[in-house]
Ligand binder design. Structure first.
Ligand code: MAN
Length: 525
């Protein structure tokens, strides 16, 4: 009871002294390596209970260089417990907690040198000097944040304005879209109606065209039969309606390898295993192979070809040609003779032909349908364009530009950084690239992914992911650490691991006057 009152009295004394004087709390009696906040847990008048509550030991076991507690709490001032924590007060600077394994290991960890008490002279106390520097740095940062915050306020204002504008644009675009969709539906209805009429009118032309196609195919077929029969009769020297091996032997064209005779293999090439070949078999099997060979053997085929031409010319007078000339060419083309007709005209799709041989009424319907199609395509494009603008804006509106939109105006702004080898280009909220100074193309180091800072520092790290794949490795990624600065600029870009890049960027958007610039993990002094 008396000792406990003494303890409290000591606390009170320390409080009173420290309230009026700058002093080290180390004046409060506590075992070595114990912080002020934990001092009451180590009462010399009581047994000590490990922090995890598992073991209670006599107080004399505390810091006896033997580890009794699983959590290391009985040896805060020695390296006996692997998981112990040593607290250094570091009066004049920032208090620190270090693993107790570092106590008396020959390395100065605490600026007050208390972690190396076995050799007190080995670690001089540098806390005053470090503290001074740290305070100066904190002051500099605090001034920087103060100044930067003014710019940040402007950024917030612009950012909010930009967001509002985007929201307004989006609302307008939604309206435009519904109007554009109405127009599209109207245009589609008109187009369908006119196309129906056009189709109806073109039916007759399509049928004529189909007929003409069939007629041509039939004509070609007849020609083939005619040509083939002619040649067949030529080869069939005994005119018995069959081609025999003997008859073939004397015909040059079957001598494929030109060795002066037609052997069994060459015969088989044209006629297969049939010994006697009648006209029908000749036409279906041998003729398709023979025809090109005959064409090459000039003099043999040419007369026949010429003959075909004359046949065609005669045919040109037939009904369908008349149809083409009279019905399809229309009144204005009537003076044109066949030779003036562009050759490819025959192959044109009737539907796409304007002013080509339709009667006036049909042509009018085709023109109207064509115009309706054009208007529908335009209306369709208009909807598509509005849609893509909507998607763009929505995509931007979904982006996280900070709690107060302070990063919004940076979206799309690009900043460059050059080192010896590369030029890096960061386009905020878009992507980061790397270009070698020796030429070559740009390499994507990542596309905007997400904010990646921890807990309440979310907006201190930007992650750009899914860049160009690293050779034999994963896709490149870049982490951008954001710091307060009066200008937005890149301070450095490094590649700590292959294809994993790290950039340091300053920007007024990250300045915050309300946050203390002294370390937030400020330990007690
Ligand atoms: C390029 C650059 C480097 C990267 C290598 C990996 O040279 O993108 O940054 O380390 O590719 O192969």
């Amino acid at each position: 009871m008396i000792l406990s009152s003494y303890h409290r009295l000591m606390h009170l004394l320390a409080f009173i002294i420290c309230s009026f004087l700058i002093c080290a709390h180390s004046d409060v009696p506590r075992p070595r390596g114990v912080s002020l906040s934990k001092a009451s847990l180590y009462s010399p008048t009581k047994d000590f209970t490990c922090f995890d509550g598992t073991v209670t030991i006599p107080f004399s076991y505390v810091n006896d260089d033997y580890c009794d507690c699983f959590d290391g709490s009985d040896e805060p001032g020695t390296s006996a417990c692997l998981n112990g924590v040593f607290h250094c007060t570091n009066a004049g600077h920032r208090a620190q907690n270090i693993p107790s394994s570092r106590v008396n290991d020959g390395v100065c960890d605490c600026c007050d040198g208390t972690d190396e008490y076995a050799e007190p002279d080995s670690c001089p106390n540098t806390c005053e000097e470090l503290g001074r520097e740290a305070r100066a740095e904190a002051l500099r940062l605090s001034e920087l944040h103060k100044e930067g915050s003014q710019i940040r306020l402007e950024l917030i204002e612009k950012g909010n304005k930009r967001r509002n504008e985007m929201a307004e644009q989006l609302a307008q675009l939604e309206k435009d879209k519904s109007e554009a969709e109405t127009i599209k539906a109207e245009k589609e209805a008109i187009k369908n109606e006119l196309e129906e009429k056009e189709n109806e009118a073109l039916k007759v032309y399509r049928e004529a065209e189909e007929k003409e196609k069939q007629r041509k195919a039939e004509e070609e077929n007849q020609q083939t039969i005619k040509d083939a029969t002619e040649q067949f009769n030529r080869f069939d020297s005994n005119q018995d309606g069959q081609l025999s091996v003997e008859e073939i032997k004397v015909v040059n064209v079957f001598d494929k390898n030109k060795d002066g005779e037609v052997d069994q293999e060459e015969y088989q090439y044209f006629f297969g295993d049939s010994e006697n070949v009648n006209l029908e078999l000749f036409i279906s099997t041998a003729w398709p192979m023979l025809k090109p060979l005959l064409m090459m053997e000039q003099g043999m085929f040419k007369p026949a070809e010429e003959e075909h031409e004359s046949v065609r010319e005669t045919d040109a007078d037939d009904l369908s040609r008349e149809l083409e000339n009279e019905d399809l060419e229309g009144a204005e083309d009537e003076n044109m003779d066949d030779s003036e007709l562009p050759l490819e005209e025959d192959d044109h799709d009737l539907e796409q032909d304007h002013n080509k041989g339709y009667d006036e009424e049909t042509q009018k319907l085709v023109n109207e349908a064509t115009e309706a199609r054009r208007q529908f395509t335009d209306a369709e494009r208009a909807v598509r364009e509005i849609d893509s603008s909507i998607q763009n804006i929505q995509h931007n509106l979904e982006k996280d530009y900070g709690l107060q939109q302070e990063f919004a105006t940076l979206d799309g702004q690009c900043f460059e950084y050059e080192d010896k080898e590369y030029i890096y280009r960061l386009c905020m909220f878009q992507k980061i690239t790397q270009k070698s100074k020796n030429g070559g193309s740009e390499v994507g180091l990542g596309n905007w992914g997400e904010w990646g800072g921890e807990e309440n520092k979310k907006y201190s790290v930007m992650k750009y992911t899914n860049g160009v794949a690293c050779w034999n490795g994963p896709n490149r990624i870049t982490t951008v650490n954001i710091h307060c600065g009066l200008e937005t600029k890149i301070l450095s870009v490094t590649e700590p691991f292959r294809c994993e890049y790290k950039a340091e960027l300053t920007t007024p958007a990250a300045c915050d006057n309300n946050v203390s610039q002294a370390h937030s993990t400020h330990d007690e002094l």
